[in-house]
Design a protein around this ligand. Structure first.
Ligand code: ADP
Ligand code: MG
Length: 741
C-alpha cells in the first residue's frame, strides 16, 4: 500500500502552476493526473511556414460564387481556419440602427490587412485586444465589400514572447481551451507550460506498453518520445510519426482487449458438427437457383468452424437481400443432422413469422421440426411449443425476445442440446442478450457444451468499423448479390414532380405490384405528428389513390395491429402501405416495386439505405423516389461542392449508389463514427487519436498485431508483456478466465 506512486499517476493539482481552482477546471475535461495531461493532445497545430496568409484566404474566397448569391459577404470556406496576425488598431463604429460594432484591424506577416468584428461584449474584447500584440485567430473567414478578410467573433489567443521563439523554429500546438479553463487563466501558453512541466516530471516514468518487436517492426518512436513530440513537435515529420504511434497504440490496446475476450470465449468446448449435411444437400439440389460464390464461401467457412470443438463466433455481414438466410439455414441443417437444436433470434414478430415460414417451406419433406416462439402466442400454444422444445422434438426454434424467458412459468425456457445460435439483424440485440442466449444454450447440455454462434447484420458499416465494432468476431462477408437482382433506380425529385411519381405508383399497382409511401416522424410517440401522418394518409387516399387499397402503419399502433397490417401487406391484401419508419427492419415483400420517401432530406443515410432495401427484392425493376424541396433537389443535381449542406450530399449519395459499403463510408465521413448506430452504446470507445475513416491501414496493422500476440502468448506471461498484462488485468473483469489463468 505504501508503494511509491508513479509520477504519471500524480494529481495535476500538485503540478507547478496548478492550484485547486485550475485543477477543477482541468478535471472537468477529464484531466486528473499528470498522465491525463500528457494525453491531452493538441487539437491542431500552427506552422508558420505552412500558414495560410490573409491574401491566400482572400484569393480562395474570391472564387466565383456558384449561385451568384447577392450577399454582402460571401463565405465560401465553411470550415474554421487559424491564422496569426498582429492587431494594429481598434475602433468603434455606431450605426444608424444604433447597433455598435467593435472593429480590430489586423495585419499578417505579409503585410496584408483584415478585420475582426465584434457585435457585443465590447468591454471584454477591448481588454484582451492590445495594439501591437499578436494573436492566433480562429474562425470562419469572410470577405466583405472591400474585399477584406474579416472574422466575426473569432476565438483569440494571445501569443506570448516565448512562443514567438517557438514559432520561429517550429510548430505551435493549439489546445482545446474551454471557457472554464480560460476563466481561471489556463491559456494556450499556460497549457504549453503545463505540458512542459508534466513531461519533465513524468518522462522517465512513462512505460512502454507496446511489445518491443512491434515497436521495432513499425519503427515507432517510444511512448515518451511520441508524447514529447505531440506537445512540442520539432518538425512536421516528427509530429506525423508521433501521431501515428499514438494511433497505433490506441487501436492496439483496444484490439488486445477484444482478442482477450475472444480468447476467453474460445475456452469453452463446443459440439463438433460434421461439415457434410445430407439435409442441406437435398435442399440445395431442389433450389430453383444456384448459390452465389459468396454464399458458398461463407457456408464452407462456417461449416469448417462448426466442425471444431472451439465455439464459433462469427459475423455474417451482407447487404440487404444478399441471401444471408440461406447461409444460416445451411449451418442450422448441419446442426440438425448432428442431433443438435438451433435457436434463431430475430427482433420482431413479423420477421419471426417470415423466417419460420421460409424455413418450413424450404425444409418441407426433409423431416425437420421448425417451431416459432413469440410473445403473442397464447399460454396454451406456448405450453405445447415449450414442451416440444425441451424434449428436443423441435429442432429449429425461430423466436423473438420470447426465446429468453418463458412467460407461462417463472423460469427461463428449457432447451435441448443447443448446438447453434443464430442472431438476425444483430444490431437490435445488445451484447448482454447475446451472452444470455449463450448461457441458455450452455444450460441445455448436461455436459455444458458451448454453442456455435452466428450473428447476421445488414447494417452497412465500413470495414474499419467492422474491425473495431465487431472485433471479437470472425467475419464472413457476403459481398455479392444474387444474379438477376436489379439495382433500385433512385430519383431525387422536388415536390413539384410528385404527380408523376404518383402516376408511376398507380401504373405499378395496375400491373399487380405494390408500393410503400414513407413519412418521417421525428418522434413516434408524438400525438400531433401521428395526426399529421394520419391526415396525410386520408388525403392521399382521397385525392390520389381513390381506387387503390391503402393501409396506414405507424409506431403508435399496438404491436399486434402493426404486425397484422404488415402481414396483410406481405400477403398482397393492400396495394400501398403508407408508413412511418417502422417498416425499416428486415421484412421481405418481393412484390413491392416502388418506394416513395417524403421529406427525404430529413433522414440519415443508413436509414435511407435500410428503407430502400425494402424494395427491389424481387426480379422486377424497382424505383425509389426521394422527395424533397425543389431547391434541394436542384442542388443535388449540381456538381458537389465543399459547402453544401449534408442533406444534399446524402441525397446525391443515395442517387449515385446502392452499394451499402460506399454509403456507409459516406455516412462515416458526414457524421463521424460516434453517431453511427449509436456506436458508443454498442461498446465502441471514443478514440482520441485514430480516425476511423482515414486510418484504415493503421487499424488493420494494429489489430493484426494484437491478435497475433494473444495467439502466441494468450495470458501475456512473457516478461516482455508484463506492462501489457497489467494493463489488461486492470480492464477485464476479475471473474474472467484471463484473470484466473
Ligand atoms: P438478407 O441477406 O437480406 O437476409 P434474404 O436471405 O432474405 O436476404 O434473401 C433475399 C431473397 O433472395 C430471398 O427471397 C431469397 O430466397 C433470395 N435468394 C437468396 N439467395 C439467392 C441466390 N443465390 N439466387 C437467387 N435468389 C436468392
Ligand atoms: Mg435477412
Amino acid at each position: 500500500m505504501n508503494q511509491t506512486r508513479s509520477p504519471v499517476e500524480m494529481s495535476v493539482q500538485y503540478l507547478k502552476g496548478v492550484g485547486p481552482r485550475r485543477a477543477a477546471a482541468l478535471m472537468a475535461e477529464g484531466i486528473t493526473t499528470v498522465g491525463d495531461l500528457l494525453e491531452y493532445a493538441p487539437r491542431a497545430y500552427i506552422e508558420r511556414t505552412a500558414q495560410r496568409s490573409l491574401r491566400a484566404l482572400a484569393r480562395q474566397l474570391l472564387l466565383p460564387d456558384l449561385f451568384g448569391t447577392e450577399r454582402e459577404t460571401v463565405s465560401v470556406l465553411r470550415s474554421e481556419v487559424s491564422i496569426i496576425a498582429t492587431v494594429e488598431r481598434i475602433m468603434e463604429k455606431q450605426f444608424a440602427s444604433r447597433r455598435r460594432l467593435l472593429e480590430a484591424i489586423i495585419r499578417d506577416d505579409d503585410g496584408t490587412r483584415g478585420a475582426l468584428l465584434f457585435w457585443n461584449a465590447h468591454e471584454y474584447y477591448r481588454r484582451i485586444l492590445q495594439p501591437g500584440a499578436s494573436y492566433i485567430i480562429t474562425g470562419v473567414p469572410e470577405l466583405d465589400r472591400l474585399r477584406r478578410i474579416t472574422f466575426t467573433h473569432p476565438q483569440l489567443e494571445r501569443i506570448e514572447e516565448e512562443e514567438h521563439v517557438l514559432l520561429e523554429h517550429g510548430i505551435l500546438p493549439l489546445y482545446r481551451i474551454t471557457e472554464n479553463m480560460r476563466a481561471c487563466g489556463i491559456t494556450l501558453g499556460m497549457m504549453r507550460r503545463l505540458a512542459r512541466t508534466a513531461l519533465d516530471t513524468a518522462r522517465d516514468a512513462l512505460v512502454e506498453l507496446l511489445p518491443p518487436a512491434v515497436v521495432e517492426r513499425y519503427q515507432l518512436p517510444s511512448r515518451a518520445t511520441a508524447l514529447e513530440h505531440l506537445h512540442f513537435p520539432p518538425s512536421g515529420d516528427h509530429l506525423a510519426r508521433a501521431r501515428a504511434r499514438m494511433k497505433f497504440e490506441e487501436v492496439f490496446l483496444f484490439e488486445l482487449l477484444l482478442a482477450v475476450n475472444r480468447e476467453t470465449l474460445r475456452q469453452g468446448i463446443a459440439p463438433q458438427i460434421p461439415p457434410h449435411s445430407p439435409r442441406w444437400q437435398r435442399l440445395v439440389e431442389r433450389l430453383p437457383f444456384t448459390l452465389t460464390a459468396a454464399q458458398q464461401r461463407a457456408i464452407e467457412t462456417i461449416a469448417a468452424d462448426m466442425a471444431r470443438t472451439t465455439p464459433m463466433h462469427r459475423l455474417l455481414h451482407g447487404d440487404v437481400g444478399a441471401g444471408k438466410t440461406l447461409v444460416a439455414l445451411a449451418a442450422m441443417l448441419a446442426a440438425v443432422d448432428a442431433g443438435y437444436q438451433t435457436l434463431l433470434a430475430v427482433p420482431t414478430e413479423v420477421l419471426a413469422e417470415q423466417h419460420w415460414r421460409t424455413i418450413s417451406r424450404l425444409t418441407s419433406g426433409l423431416d425437420v421440426q421448425v417451431v416459432k416462439l413469440v410473445g403473442s402466442q397464447t399460454t396454451r400454444q406456448r405450453q405445447v411449443i415449450a414442451a416440444a422444445i425441451s424434449s428436443g422434438m423441435a429442432q429449429i426454434i425461430v423466436g423473438t425476445h420470447a426465446l429468453f424467458a418463458d412467460s407461462t412459468s417463472t423460469g427461463a425456457q428449457q432447451y435441448h442440446r443447443v448446438g447453434l445460435v443464430v442472431i438476425d439483424e444483430q444490431h437490435r440485440f445488445g451484447v448482454a442478450q447475446r451472452a444470455q442466449l449463450r448461457h441458455l444454450a450452455i444450460a441445455s447440455h448436461p455436459e455444458r457444451l458451448h454453442p456455435h454462434m452466428l450473428v447476421m447484420s445488414a447494417t452497412p458499416i465500413p470495414r474499419t468499423l467492422t474491425m473495431t465494432l465487431y472485433g471479437d468476431l470472425d467475419v464472413s462477408q457476403l459481398d455479392q448479390m444474387p444474379p438477376g437482382r436489379q439495382p433500385v433506380r433512385t430519383c431525387v425529385i422536388g415536390r413539384d414532380q410528385l404527380q408523376s411519381a404518383y402516376e408511376h405508383i398507380r401504373s405499378e399497382v395496375r400491373a399487380g405490384r405494390q408500393a410503400f409511401i414513407i413519412y418521417p416522424l421525428v418522434d413516434e410517440s408524438d400525438k400531433l405528428e401521428i395526426r399529421a401522418a394520419t391526415t396525410e394518409f386520408e388525403r392521399l387516399a382521397r385525392e390520389h389513390f381513390s381506387t387503390e387499397r391503402l393501409a396506414l402503419l405507424h409506431g403508435q399502433m399496438g404491436w399486434n395491429e402493426k404486425e397484422a397490417i404488415m402481414e396483410q401487406f406481405a400477403r398482397g391484401d393492400f396495394d400501398i402501405l403508407v408508413a412511418t419508419t417502422v417498416v425499416e427492419v428486415g421484412i421481405d415483400v418481393p412484390n413491392a416495386t416502388v418506394m416513395l420517401i417524403e421529406h427525404a432530406e430529413r433522414f440519415g443515410l443508413a436509414q435511407l439505405h435500410q428503407l430502400r432495401g425494402r424494395v427491389g427484392r424481387g426480379t422486377a425493376p424497382a424505383t425509389c423516389y426521394l422527395v424533397t424541396e425543389r431547391h434541394i433537389a436542384a442542388r443535388v443535381h449540381l456538381p458537389p461542392s465543399d459547402d453544401e449542406p449534408p442533406s444534399v450530399t446524402r441525397l446525391r449519395t443515395m442517387e449515385q449508389t446502392t452499394n451499402g459499403f460506399l454509403i456507409a463510408e459516406a455516412d462515416l465521413r458526414l457524421r463521424g463514427p460516434g453517431d453511427i448506430l449509436g456506436t458508443r452504446q454498442a461498446g465502441l470507445p471514443e478514440f482520441r487519436y485514430v480516425d476511423l475513416v482515414q486510418d484504415a491501414e493503421i487499424i488493420a496493422a494494429a489489430r493484426q498485431e494484437a491478435f497475433a500476440l494473444i495467439e502466441r502468448d494468450p495470458h501475456l506471461r512473457s516478461s516482455e508483456h508484463a506492462a501489457l498484462r497489467s494493463y489488461v488485468l486492470r480492464r477485464v473483469s476479475q471473474t474472467s478466465h484471463f484473470a484466473l489463468a
